[in-house]
Design a protein around this ligand. Sequence first.
Ligand SMILES: [Zn+2]
Length: 104
Amino acid sequence: MISQCLICDCQAVLTLEAARGIALLIGLADGAVRGAQNTHESLQDRPGYYSLLNGLAAIVPAYPSALRVADDVGKYQFAGFDCLCPRCGALFDKEAAELVPPPP
Ligand SMILES: [Zn+2]
């Protein structure tokens, strides 16, 4: 487990897997919101029912584009490295971080 940045000792190191997961989740949530907003329901219907259904139905079609965004995050933000420090922007691999002794 990565505990700190190699440069600034920041404790909040973002791993590639976590960043890809977050990007994928945001893409799917965006698809759901867009699907829910495209609902035209009257006030006599059950409020929000069709919005919820359309939002849920829009998640699966949003998956390919969300996956491409997640892949781009890994490709362009991490540039082949495993870890990114959000504080100083350092990029490094997990193996290098595991060689550093933990703070006292
Ligand atoms: Zn750092």
